[in-house]
Each structure stands twice: as C-alpha cells, then as structure tokens.
Design a protein around this ligand. Structure first.
Ligand SMILES: C[S@@+](CC[C@H](N)C(=O)[O-])C[C@H]1O[C@@H](n2cnc3c(N)ncnc32)[C@H](O)[C@@H]1O
Ligand code: SF4
Ligand code: SF4
Length: 363
C-alpha cells in the first residue's frame, strides 16, 4: 500500500449537529424507509411514473453513471483510477446537453473520486433543472466530504449520497489507503442523517469482507442510514484476489440468506431481493442469461463526454452520437448493483415495490 492520505478536517465553523436518529437494530421493522427520503409532491410522483413509462417505451437509458473526474486520492488495489493523471473536467463538454440527450431516470455522479470536482453543487442544480424528472445521486469514498459540502449538495437537489464502506474499522482505511477514513465516515454520517440527508452505504461483497456485510446493515441503521450492496468484479483491473472462491461459497450463501431476511426486518437495505439472491450464482459464474443492461438501459458517461456501455467496456461514441446498443452483450463479468438493479427495475415485482415506496414517501 502506498503512502497514507489524511481525510478532510472537520468544518469547525459549522453549527453542531442535532442528535443523530439512533435506531436500535432489534426494534423490528418500523417503516424505516419512510423517514429518510426527500418528500415528493404528488406532481413529482406522477412525473416520475410518466418518465418511467416514457423511458421504457423509448428503450432506455434508465440509468447514467456520470464520471465527473478521472482523479482519485485513494489507492485501492482493485481499481486503477488513482493511477490516472489526467483530470477530465465538467467544463470540457456540454454535460447538460449530454444529460438532456440521454434523458435518464437516474444520474449517479461518480469518478474517480467525484468530490475532487469543485463544481458539483452547480452540476446537480443544472442537471435537476434540465429534466422534468431525474433522480440524482453520488458515490464517493467520503474522505473529502464534510457536513458543509454534503449540505450544499443536498440543497442543490441531490437525492442521496452513497458512501463506500466495505469494512467496519481500520481495515477500511487500509483498503482505501486513507488513514482515519473509517473514523471520519462514522462521525460524519450521523451528522448528515440528523440533518435529513439521505445517506446510503455502498458495500461491495467480496471474499475478504463476508463477516462485515450484515453488520454494516446494522451499523447503517444505527446511524440513520441505508445500505446498497454490490459485488466484486475483477474486470476493473484483473485483481482476482477479492473474488469469492469456492472455499467461501457456503459462507457467502448464509450471508446472503441473512441479508434477504434482514431486508424485511431492518428496512434499510435498498437492493431488491431478486438482486441479492443472484449474488452466489454470480460468484459461481452461473448467472442465467447474459447482460441486458449495458449500453441500453445503463450507460457510463466519461469526463470527456463519451458514452461507454458500462464502466468496464470501451467508448462506443460521443454523447451526441449515442444510440442504444441493439445486440445483447455476451458478458457476465460483473454483478454490480447498477447492472443488476437496472435489470431488476424492468421486472414487474420491482416496479410495484418501488411505486409503493415512492407513493408512501412524503404522503
Ligand atoms: C469506481 S468507484 C468511484 C466512486 C468513489 N471513488 C468510491 O470509491 O466510492 C464506485 C464504486 O465502485 C466500487 N468498486 C470499485 N472497484 C470495484 C471492483 N473491482 N468491483 C466492484 N466494485 C468496485 C467502489 O467501492 C465504489 O463503491
Ligand atoms: S474505487 Fe473509488 S476510491 Fe478506490 S481507487 Fe477507484 S475511484 Fe478511487
Ligand atoms: S456484465 Fe454488463 S455491466 Fe457488467 S461488465 Fe459485462 S457488459 Fe458491463
């Protein structure tokens, strides 16, 4: 691991946080998910439903992962962004035009490390203003995030902030090569949720953290946060050491069984049960069928304004020339939540689940 990097100092000028909404893991399911989403007006809910129908009829894309920089200040051994020296800035192309053209249901700001980009609140505001309905999130490792910066993003209209968390404790610092990162996240998150900001931990299921996967759901709940699980893939940089091997298959099965149970009990696991149940098959290389999301329902927008079918495939065109891929891509190299949940969102059971949840929010 290379030299360790420090996290952002706390914003001393910011007023102290109100007490975090501590929820006991054993309190049973209490309609938890109702507490933490930005309330939606009836008009916005209807716009969301109409937009979904329009995107379905048009044939995508549902989700855009928008990289806002190539740079990263971490040193993960399973991802090579931090080795890239070229920044890529939002000013390099007309990103509002690109988002208007792609016109998705959701935009997730990502990178590299998105918080390195200083234009984020402005970008969120402009993206929200450019489309009638769009849900905007961000995934960050969190080291540069402060209460002040998160509040600015929330006030600009961001709908959730995902913070990567693969371990409880110092192993997380070691994974990211950022000294004090776990401590920083565990202090910051309750302050954000206490202010009503929707925080979701992004947890990658892999060989090394199987004992942390379920405890992270409990930890999230105790902090007033949610959790979304994804799966490790060696497609990013060829590192196979974190794949769940046959020797850990039984342990993985019991973790996933527990997660599906905890989903109905804790109420803060945002994945569909359909997605979670396919995780063991993915690691056995036994997913049924092949990818139906990449390039059609899901696309990756690079900091240069190019479109890739997904994070791992090469550029297909500039955004202005984007056309949904017409052939099925013969690939099962990942079971990232962005792929699996996009595929899940086209299934009727998931549509009912999401509609029911959206309808109750803010009601
Ligand atoms: C590429 S990162 C960019 C955002 C930010 N730098 C971060 O790490 O949160 C987006 C997400 O992908 C996850 N990720 C990175 N490499 C991965 C891999 N090889 N397999 C699965 N997920 C991976 C990260 O943990 C993070 O949650
Ligand atoms: S996973 Fe995120 S934090 Fe780690 S190197 Fe990649 S971009 Fe950086
Ligand atoms: S399975 Fe789909 S989303 Fe995943 S790497 Fe392959 S083409 Fe990309």
């Amino acid at each position: 691991m290379s030299e360790q990097i420090q996290v952002a100092p706390p914003a001393e000028s910011y007023p102290p946080a109100p007490a975090p909404p501590i929820l006991q893991p054993d309190a049973g399911y209490l309609g938890y998910d109702r507490a933490l989403l930005r309330p939606m007006s009836l008009v916005r809910k209807l716009r969301g439903v109409l937009k979904y129908l329009r995107v379905r009829l048009r044939g995508g894309p549902m989700a855009v992962n928008m990289e806002v920089t190539y740079l990263c200040n971490a040193t993960c051994d399973f991802c090579d962004y931090w080795k890239v020296k070229r920044s890529g800035k939002l000013g390099d192309y007309d990103y509002v035009d690109a988002i208007r053209k792609l016109d998705p249901m959701t935009v997730t700001l990502t990178g590299g490390e998105p918080t390195i980009n200083k234009q984020l609140p402005e970008a969120v505001r402009r993206i929200k203003e450019s489309l009638g309905f769009v849900y905007v999130g961000m995934v960050t490792h969190g080291s540069l995030l402060t209460v002040e910066k998160a509040t600015a993003l929330w006030e600009a209209g961001m709908d959730h902030i995902s913070i990567s968390l693969n371990y409880i404790g110092r192993e997380h610092d070691e994974e990211r090569g950022i000294e004090g990162l776990y401590e920083h996240i565990s202090t910051l998150v309750p302050q954000l949720t206490a202010r009503g900001i929707n925080v979701i931990f992004n947890t990658v299921v892999m060989r090394d953290n199987l004992d942390h996967v379920v405890p992270i759901a409990h930890l999230a709940r105790s902090m007033g946060a949610k959790v979304s699980y994804s799966c490790y893939s060696d497609y990013k940089n060829g590192n196979e050491t974190h794949l769940v091997d046959p020797g850990h298959a039984e342990r993985l099965e019991s973790v996933i069984e527990d997660l599906v149970y905890q989903k109905s009990r804790l109420g803060n696991i945002v994945n569909s049960a359909w997605y979670l149940r396919r995780i063991p098959a993915y690691f056995r290389d036994a997913l049924p069928g092949s990818c139906t999301a990449a390039g059609k329902w899901l696309v990756q927008l690079t900091p240069d304004g190019d479109v890739k079918p997904c994070a791992e495939l090469p550029v297909q065109s500039g955004y202005a020339d984007y056309k949904p891929v017409s052939r099925k891509i013969d690939c099962n190299r990942c079971w990232y939540s962005c792929r699996g949940e996009t595929e899940s969102s086209l299934r009727i059971e998931r549509i009912w689940e999401l509609l029911g949840r959206a309808w109750r929010k803010g009601a």
